[in-house]
Design a protein around this ligand. Sequence first.
Ligand code: PLP
Length: 688
Amino acid sequence: MPPALAPLARLAFNYWWSWQPEGEALFRDVDPERWVACGANPVRLLAETSELERALTSDLPARARAALATLEAELAAPTAAFADAAHPIAYFCAEFGVHPSLAVYGGGLGVLAGDFLKEASDRRLPVVGVGLFYHRGYFHQRLDLSGLQHEYWTAVDAERLPVNLVRGEDGRPLTVEVELRGHAVVLRVWRVNVGRVPLFLLDSDVPGNSQLDRFVTGQLYVADRDVRLMQYAVLGIGGVRALRALGIAPSITHLNEGHAALAVLEMARATRAPGEPLATAVGRVREGVVFTTHTPVAAGNETYDPADVGRVLPGLARELGATDEELLALGRGPDAARDARVGMTELGLHGSRSANGVSKRHGEVARSMWQGLFRATRREDVPITHVTNGVHLPTWMAAPMRALLRRHLGEDWESEQDDPERWARIREIPDEELWRVRTELRTALVEAVRVRSVADRLDRGEPIDYVEAAAKNFDPAVLTVGFARRVATYKRLYLLTQSPSRALGLLSGDRPIQVVIAGKAHPGDEGAKQFLQTIFAMKRAPGVGTRVAFLEDYDLELARTMVAGCDVWVNLPRPPNEASGTSGMKSALNGGLNLSVLDGWWCEGFAGDNGWAIEGEGDLDHAAQDRRDADQLYGILERDVVPAFYERDARGLPRSWLLRVRSSLGSLGPHFNASRMLRDYVARVYTR
Ligand SMILES: *Cc1c(COP(=O)(O)O)cnc(C)c1O
């Protein structure tokens, strides 16, 4: 690396750049083509580009020096008043969605965890993240000609990522051990810098471990249940041991979802007095543990048969100085039978001083779900609260919208992004400017759809006319509707095609909509995969091939483009199965309008004039509910959405549409950002 560009290399090893207004341009401008080819991975870019000589003679060295000075000042700044830098909050999660180039996330949970770390950095809260280094990441998605989803994994090359192996004082890689299936497995630790926050990722792919043990941290949400249980042990037990080896003594251990719940047992083991019952030791350590549950669907709360635990973690009870019964009781309700299954969520609830759901409604659902565990006669007495999710604004608000708000809300507005007063100045933004930004974002999405749909269709071997249909017909002036999320049955993507004739009516005609869809089905979810095939089969219907694009391999990168460019963001969960949902918040930050079932966060967000709502009552007759909800969806689109978008004044501006956009930004912006979320966690969960 030429010395004048050394600051660029330093910046590459801290993802902080990724959410600074000029951050991405610093690397892209080195070599724009390579930047795309490298998947926006700055370490690979600097290793692979042949443009460094040219960069030396540009303004890049000066820009990199300035950016590095800002980062270093940020790293040196004192921590927020609330917290003690020597005793950070340890945030455990099975996945972290920090950046598209670091494939250790699958979906919403990981993206939320990544947003949490970035916001903690921005707010100077002392936090360390603990997760797993999946060296083959999460699966990639490819559809074949019949619309059947195929999965493939690609190996991650740690040498070419902004990650560093943590070393001990002797210079050798720091290791910890966890006993799995009766023998010790050695783990190494990678460090990822997320602004001020270090993220430590445990890795079992260590020379000397058996081939199977090396695979334990291979894939996120691996299909084999025993391997998943081993992952939970690596995360929970290994994570606590790694922090200890690093000399980090957390003030609070935050278990973000049940996957990390075994951490509680390791904390109890390490502090247990000789002869002390396990339950007493857990009762003590839980005073330093908080738990967030994300799963209102029973199947999502994973349970294991006692025999599974015995097979995968045979030495655990002995290590804890406890009987098998004492150990298993921590993962069960109070009246469970001797052979009852044990759950990670149950362990998390038993082992934490506070528990919360991730939206107001999810808090209620979780209290009902866990009433038995707490032996509560009334639902209100179940000690589970809620902190509604929020998204990291600098990550999710696209650059043109960020610049617009900076001009009108003030240079420093982002530091007060949770203040509704600040956002109230949105009223003063002229319609022309707001519409120009919306048009710019939609145009960028349309361009991305053209490129990606041609690539996807060519790869599948589609006929040439269909390959080019979306490229020719996706139109930056057409009302663009987005639907992107995990293709799980409860998300009810199929409602879009419930009435083919009404759907086709919306897609054709002189006031058409165009639809962008993306999402992965879980590899084991045959129902979801079949559904993907069903919508796929409609592609030959008139209008569908030209106005509907399914984009493969939904990830952070595609999510950013979609939430920025779509005019309407659709969410159709079967209530009350959506714990929160966060993609709609991302859309709102970019001036998109939500059309969603009143479930999850939208129960708190919808205010009449800031989007559209489909009733959120549950119905045991699923088919009847689907018919009713699809009817509401089409009705809202036909009656309200399409006219509001296409009715223009003399200057070509959609006045009533922009009124809604303003109302959406002003009412949702200050509340559904990660800054507000973090403030709530500090006030309601971390402080007592
Ligand atoms: C935001 C996000 C999600 C979560 O979206 P939901 O609305 O909660 O379904 C999933 N995947 C990616 C890549 C995201 O960016």
